[in-house]
Design a protein around this ligand. Structure first.
Ligand code: MNH
Length: 458
């Protein structure tokens, strides 16, 4: 016996959400999940979306025989720039397979370890900046961490330097990208009639797209004119041959994947760093434990690659941060054929399902009654490994899971350990509580800190 999927009342033309938070759509979805529970259907400006919020339903959708990734409306807008790049490709696009097979080895743990020195280069720039500006300086962690992650992915993957820490304003590329992604999001929730009345926004959109494309092409041209030995991602894409088809990537595809790494590889990691800073500062006991671990393993020496595997508490803090605040809070899938969800909700083939990972990560059937609390201890001592399948998935799922996971992991370990090793952190507004901002990913908003170089004493 199937039952209808609950839905908020529908209003003609507007759909079912009268007070949609356009600035931070996530806030609306969090609210609706609380009101409707495990599943509800939404008519969002003419698009029908089935939202899944519980572990049980989302786990069921983690079956690649029955469901496949779909490119959500906001991502579909980004396709205008990066088309069949890894992140925004449809599953059946040939270039996804070629790039996936070529690049998976380039992102494995071994290759990532080889990037440690480049990661440290950029990390040291952030530490120096905070040391030199001193305690009076007001830091916007989201801003500095975004400089860091953009510079890091560009240096590691294409040996290119944005030099963000030497600029007062973020580099023009970063500005163009943020504007562009924000506009993609807005377009996805803007009725087409409204869109048609915004020629200014469309011109800017086009201009940003052309600028980013030109940077991508310039990086490729420069590499071709000045070849280097290094086995970075750019060289692998330029010279690699797909073992399965014998094909190589076209220059267009390479440019789109370069832009994909810059987009997918920096907002997310910087979100994790910023959320983590916030949770550590809000939970002084956790901060104290983490610092003890770092002091014991690293002391006052520069952090080495080998140190990273010796800090389990740091890993627990990262996992717990990604549970409470996954920077990509939702992902999308569709049933391959007509099917029934949870034994009672009928959904047609191709229905747009949105998996609300942010909500699922707080499902009390998995995480207990204190699901909303920040408690890294729940990720320690084998408890993480003992979680039910797919209960923790900030990096997505299956064939379309994040390719940059090991990269982000090492980068964030290094940077967080360095920051906690070197600085005492203070809220500028001691009463600050987490607020969210959103481009393509989500981050803390209005969060400001001061960093005082630690007095390590005699
Ligand atoms: Mn990443 C896919 C989260 C860091 C490059 N990433 C995904 C997905 C999630 C995700 C979730 C799946 C999206 C979907 O189902 O539609 N990624 C993260 C998080 C971090 C992150 C939370 C950091 C923390 N990602 C990175 C980094 C890079 C990167 C760093 C690049 C170097 N991610 C990708 C790419 C994909 C992806 C590329 C698409 C993979 C594919 O579909 O083949």
């Amino acid at each position: 016996e199937t039952v209808p999927i609950p839905h908020p009342p529908r209003i003609p033309l507007i759909g079912s959400v009268t007070s949609f938070d356009r600035e931070v759509p996530l806030n609306t979805f969090i609210l609706l999940a609380k009101q409707y529970g495990e599943i509800y259907q939404l008519d969002l400006f003419g698009k029908i979306i089935v939202q899944l919020n519980s572990y049980a339903l989302i786990n069921e959708v983690c079956n690649e025989m029955r469901f496949k990734k779909t490119v959500a409306p906001a991502l579909a807008e980004v396709r205008d720039l990066i088309s069949d790049g890894l992140f925004t490709a449809h599953g059946d696009e040939e270039n996804w397979g070629i790039a996936h097979r070529l690049l998976m080895p380039a992102f494995n743990a071994q290759s990532i370890r080889g990037m440690f020195d480049d990661m440290k280069d950029i990390c040291d720039q952030l530490v120096l900046k905070w040391e030199r500006f001193g305690h009076d300086n007001i830091i916007d962690p989201a801003d500095d961490f975004t400089r860091l992650t953009l510079d890091t992915i560009a240096l590691c993957s294409m040996s290119y330097r944005f030099n963000s820490f030497y600029l007062t304003e973020p580099p023009q590329f970063a500005k163009a990208m943020v504007e562009y992604l924000k506009e993609c999001f807005a377009r996805a929730t803007r009725p087409s009639i409204v869109q048609a009345m915004m020629p200014g926004a469309s011109a800017k959109f086009q201009e940003n797209k052309e600028f980013m494309t030109s940077v991508g092409n310039k990086i490729i041209e420069e590499r071709k004119a000045n070849p280097i030995e290094k086995k970075d991602l750019l060289n692998i894409m330029l010279f690699g041959v797909d073992p399965k088809t014998g094909q190589r990537l076209s220059e267009d595809t390479i440019m789109r994947n370069l832009l994909t790494f810059l987009i997918a590889g920096h907002e997310t990691s910087s979100g994790l760093l910023t959320f983590m800073t916030y949770y550590l500062m809000k939970n002084p006991e956790t901060m104290r434990k983490l610092r003890n671990e770092i002091d014991e393993v690293v002391g006052q020496e520069p952090i080495q690659l080998e140190d990273l595997s010796k800090m389990p508490y740091l890993i627990a803090v990262m996992r717990e941060t990604l549970r409470l605040s996954p920077p990509t809070p939702q992902r999308s899938a569709a049933p391959v054929a007509d099917t029934v969800l949870g034994g009672k909700y009928f959904v047609k083939a191709g229905t747009y399902l949105r998996l609300h990972i942010w909500a699922m990560h707080k499902d009390p059937t998995i995480w207990g009654e204190d699901a909303n609390e920040f408690r890294p201890e729940r990720m320690l001592d084998g408890k993480f490994e003992a979680l039910p399948p797919n209960a923790w998935q900030p990096f997505g799922f299956g064939a379309r899971a994040c390719i940059g996971r090991a990269f982000a992991w090492q980068e964030v370990q290094l940077v967080m350990a360095s920051v906690v090793q070197k600085f005492d952190l203070f809220f500028v507004d001691p009463s600050y509580n987490l607020e969210l901002q959103m481009n393509l990913t989500v981050k803390p908003k209005n969060f400001h800190i001061r960093a005082r170089p630690r007095n390590l004493g005699p």
